[in-house]
Ligand binder design. Structure first.
Ligand code: HEM
Length: 450
């Protein structure tokens, strides 16, 4: 529930560290633009789709990623695509873009189906009625998909070791540290970064070893799998023909995992939670999945036919956008109609607020996947719904994530039914991504053996 009044400075800073979601006020959900100056400098919160289009697309060159965001993300993600800026970003985007068009992503279909089916087979080995933490299970399955699509195989001897290291890595690095809020220099110790040190070492050594081995294989001219690692090592800038350095390849592997792991997992977790709360939606998605997939094999052409399943995911990402907060800093003064944005202002576009804005959505807090069925979806302003951002820095992995999420959700719905553990209170926690606080314990019952 949004606050009626803005909190005082100390309460604001504490809330920002604990759960930034709790700092939004009623005004944010009802006014198109809110500007102000506070502890974090000059900030303008934008919920007007035309102004958002201006910032993300028409005048995108005047907006860079702001310092706080980079201070939080860059120590983990290095100079990969998500955190690079200026010419460096442009070059990387041009070089990496050919890895993610639908034609290439559809090649990852078998890996995604294999991960999804392994997950439900693992569940089905356990007695019915058992409880699983869906939040944890979804981060496992999305990590499994990334391992198979980046490296073509499970990479660590202990299959959960990589998962544990990644969780610790991003948890340690992913919190907004007070030191970051006040913009202190890089050498000032950060608790999170210090705690994450062993995980950082484990993870980086593993990635470097995998790059070294694959390069050796390619240099020997031996057949290499056509996974994202090979594609990154072979990628070349279409303008200059130059490839990525080993450091850039490593940074982008970490970036794909960082940007694609929890986000997709959260989209799935929230979708499963919302389905469990609405019998009408549950009946309709089960009917679609049974009709499209039947008892047979999951085929690539099924993905496009699962329109209601896709609408459930779109609506889940409206209510609980996995990336709930985007921000930019204005480079020079900018005028948009009556609005002036001075140089240095941080412009905040918060999908969590935008997607529930009273002026943009009918019944904004209600879960109604029908909004996203093709005819209705066409009526939605593209800049009122931004789970993947927009403009030149739009998510490069959106097609990948949506294909994966449809495959995983349909595979789960076909096999099992999930109900929230009685008495468990679900609250969204904003920690870079938007996840269920204290997990999502759910009870499993079987619909069919896979
Ligand atoms: C960028 C969301 C999955 C890789 C972004 C941005 C958003 C986003 C909102 C833009 C950030 C900004 O403008 O500040 C999501 C969501 C996902 C998802 C909601 C899942 C449901 C993935 C996957 C990958 C990926 C699976 C890779 C395999 C990236 C990268 C960028 C990015 C590399 C930076 C692009 C650039 O700046 O040029 N994502 N993402 N994402 N995403 Fe995703």
């Amino acid at each position: 529930k949004p606050l009626q009044e803005p909190p005082g400075l100390l309460a604001f800073l504490l809330a920002l560290r604990r759960n930034p979601l709790t700092t939004w006020t009623e005004r944010h959900f009802s006014e198109p633009i809110i500007s102000g100056s506070g502890a974090l400098g000059r900030i303008t919160v934008v919920n007007d789709p035309d102004v958002i289009r201006h910032i993300f697309v028409d005048n995108a060159a005047n907006y860079r990623k702001d310092d706080l965001q980079l201070r939080v993300l860059a120590p983990g993600l290095g100079k990969g695509l998500l955190t690079a800026e200026g010419e460096e970003w442009k070059l990387q985007r041009r070089t990496i873009a050919p890895l993610f068009p639908p034609r290439v992503v559809s090649g990852f279909f078998p890996a995604m189906v294999e991960s999804a089916e392994r997950l439900v087979r693992r569940w089905q080995r356990r007695p019915e009625g058992r409880e699983v933490d869906i939040s944890l299970e979804m981060t496992r399955v999305t990590l499994d998909v990334l391992e198979r699509t980046i490296f073509s195989k499970g990479v660590a001897r202990d299959p959960d070791a990589l998962g544990r290291a990644i969780t610790r890595y991003f948890e340690g690095l992913g919190r907004i540290d007070p030191v970051d809020i006040f913009g202190l220099p890089d050498w000032v110790p950060r608790i999170g970064r210090w705690r994450a040190r062993p995980a950082i070492r484990f993870f980086e050594e593993l990635v470097n070893e995998l790059i070294r081995d694959r390069k050796a294989l390619l240099e020997r001219g031996e057949a290499a799998p056509r996974d994202l690692l090979t594609l990154l090592l072979e990628a070349a800038d279409p303008e200059t023909g130059k490839g990525l350095s080993d450091l850039e390849v490593a940074a982008n592997i970490v970036t794909f995992i960082g940007a694609g792991h929890e986000t997709t997992a959260n989209a799935l977790s929230w979708a499963i939670y919302l389905i469990s709360q609405d019998e009408r939606v549950r009946a309709r998605i089960e009917r679609e999945v049974d009709e499209v997939l039947g008892a047979g094999a999951f085929e690539p052409q099924h993905v496009e036919r699962l329109v209601y399943t896709r609408a459930v995911l779109d609506e889940a990402m409206r209510l609980y956008p996995p990336a709930p907060f985007l921000s930019r800093a204005a480079i020079a003064d900018d005028r948009i109609g009556d609005l002036t944005i001075e140089a240095g202002t941080v412009v905040t576009i918060a999908p969590y607020v935008l997607h529930r804005h009273r002026t943009l959505w009918d019944e904004p807090d209600a879960f109604r996947p029908e909004r996203f069925l093709p005819e209705e979806k066409a009526k939605i302003d593209k800049f009122a719904y931004l789970p993947f951002g927009a403009g030149p820095r739009v998510c490069i992995g959106a097609t990948f994530a949506l294909q994966e999420a449809v495959i995983v959700l349909a595979t789960i719905v076909r096999a099992v039914r999930l109900d929230l553990k009685e008495g468990h209170k679900v609250t969204p926690l904003h920690r870079i991504t938007l996840r269920p606080h204290e997990g999502l314990p759910m009870r499993l019952t079987y619909r069919r053996e896979s």
